[in-house]
Write a protein that binds this ligand. Structure first.
Ligand SMILES: *Cc1c(COP(=O)(O)O)cnc(C)c1O
Length: 245
């Protein structure tokens, strides 16, 4: 990017961020909450270190990556930017057990713990390091074959075992909604919230974090109780129209 392109892109990032936050605030009000009860992370998986640095300047403080190797690359690139001290990265994508060590201790939250097998592997590696990793359980609420995650029934039946694992702190639930279907998305998000309520009353656990909502459906997700939206294209791509719904 030339300096001029960089300034233009920073302007876009800044004004887009303001519109996104306003949309989140409006949707939070519908759910009887304040904007301070909803966090947003900027999903930087399709952009480079330059764009992440500009997004920081635009006000974004938390980022999401879906591949360990790319996470490591971004963190290395950011080292030469001391002004970004305190930047937060989350792992949001499918995690293979042989990649766990690249992620442990480097992220604030792993959103994508999609099976008891993966939870066990993270638990073992974190315990070795004397570390506690904050995680979310990814649940396939919509039931689509293509989606990974626990089924709602599995979360119910396996929760006791999961809670007994050392080295992981289960902070809540995560889901992905079917694309291009606002009604199905709404059912998926409200389903996640209801599942959380059932689990909380069964386990006594808070499960405070509900990670759901992406560029095309975050307003619906926040209306249905999301506490953490994961936004990629709508943050970084000038060709993506901000949701108006
Ligand atoms: C890419 C990705 C996102 C962001 O998607 P957008 O539609 O670009 O906002 C959110 N969550 C996960 C798990 C992703 O892989």
């Amino acid at each position: 990017m030339t300096d001029e392109e960089r300034e233009g892109y920073l302007e876009f990032l800044t004004s887009r961020r303001a519109r996104i936050l306003a949309r989140i605030e409006e949707a939070a009000r519908v759910s009887g909450r304040g904007a301070d009860q909803v966090e947003a992370i900027a999903v930087s998986k399709t952009v480079g270190v330059d764009e992440v640095v500009l997004a920081w300047r635009a006000g974004w403080r938390a980022f999401g990556e879906n591949r360990p190797q790319e996470l490591v690359r971004k963190l290395a690139g950011i080292e030469s930017h001391p002004e970004m001290d305190g930047v937060r990265f989350d792992m949001i994508g499918n995690l293979q057990t042989n990649k766990i060590n690249q992620v442990l201790g480097r992220v604030s939250l792993i959103h994508s713990v999609s099976s008891a097998h993966l939870a066990t592997a993270i638990s073992k590696r974190a315990e070795v390091r004397g570390h506690s990793e904050r995680v979310l359980l990814e649940v396939n609420v919509s039931g689509e074959e293509s989606k990974s995650g626990f089924t709602p029934e599995e979360v119910h039946s396996e929760m006791d075992d999961l809670l007994g694992m050392g080295g992981i702190e289960i902070c809540g639930l995560m889901t992905m909604a079917p694309a291009n279907d606002p009604d199905a998305a709404r059912r998926t998000f409200s389903g996640l919230r209801e599942l959380r309520e059932q689990l909380s009353s069964e386990s006594g656990l808070g499960l405070a974090t509900l990670s759901c909502g992406m560029s095309d459906d975050f307003a619906i997700a926040v209306e249905e109780g999301s506490t953490l939206v994961r936004l990629g294209r709508t943050v970084f791509d000038p060709n993506h129209d901000l949701v108006t719904e």
